[in-house]
Design a protein around this ligand. Structure first.
Ligand code: PXP
Length: 249
């Protein structure tokens, strides 16, 4: 019998703040400011994915985030030696190993730990030895969970994309059952269970209700929602700039 979890933690993924910045090659919006705001409003950790092609988050963002962090940094990265060296020299609190394909829009599918067990074990050993907590981003499949435990990772993050993209309610229910079974199996194997991908304001409560997930990593939905929580104020501020000092907006 596993214990019931407290309110899960929220990892705010701020990759898409960097996506917007990189689209114009500007200094703004600032990833560091985004992390500060997220932490001010209750983020329990900040998550970023340093991709091999550096399409959004840059090396300097990771360094800056580590310097200013008031919570902790979860670095998502592909399994390359370049990224392993980067993690070992920068030492974020957490590293989440993800599969990475150059042309994908976002991380598609989990890491095939069962197929890459020797390589994953090598990464887990190196990161564990450096005191970095490793998590493996896996699909909710029993063989991936068992392989993750065998590799010596203390944490898994269940890929919730199939649930989020299920479309019809019966398919979503079936995907939720897979998540629930995988999370229970992982916990029975002594793993801490996180989850993420494609979660938004409407689909998260059912995953929270499983009471099996310790931490959620959520990005796209939060950054998308922030546009409309902030667009009104941003337009009003520009109107004030047009009116000039002392002018009526
Ligand atoms: N967790 C992992 C491992 C991811 O790769 C991503 C996407 O970068 C997320 C969580 C967040 O997904 P989303 O942006 O859909 O919330």
């Amino acid at each position: 019998m596993t214990e019931t979890l407290q309110t899960p933690l929220l990892g705010v993924n701020i990759d898409h703040v960097a996506t917007l910045r990189q689209a114009r090659g500007t200094e703004y919006p600032s990833v560091l400011e985004a992390a500060r705001v997220a932490e001010d409003y209750g983020a329990d950790l900040i998550t970023v994915h340093l991709r091999e092609d550096r399409r959004h988050i840059q090396d300097r963002d990771v360094s800056g985030l580590l310097e200013q962090s008031r919570t902790r940094l979860n670095l998502e990265m592909g399994m390359t030696d370049e990224m392993l060296d980067f993690a070992l020299s920068h030492r974020p609190e957490d590293v989440c190993l993800v599969p990475e394909r150059r042309m994908e829009l976002t991380t598609e599918g989990g890491l095939d730990v069962a197929d890459r067990q020797a390589e994953v074990t090598r990464f887990c050993r190196a990161l564990n030895a450096a005191g970095i907590r490793v998590s493996l981003f896996v699909d909710p499949e029993p063989e991936q969970i068992e392989a993750s435990a065998a590799c010596g990772a203390p944490v898994i993050e269940i890929h919730t994309g199939a649930y989020a993209n299920a479309g019809d309610p019966s398919r979503a229910r079936a995907e939720l059952d897979r998540i629930s079974e995988a999370a229970a199996l992982a916990r029975a194997n002594g793993l801490v269970v996180n989850a993420g991908h494609g979660l938004h304001y409407e689909n998260i409560s059912e995953v929270v209700a499983l009471e099996l997930i310790r931490e959620f990593n959520i990005g796209h939905a939060i950054i998308a929602r922030a546009i409309f929580s902030g667009l009104g104020g941003a337009v009003a501020e520009m109107k004030r700039c047009l009116a000039g000092p002392g002018g009526a907006a």
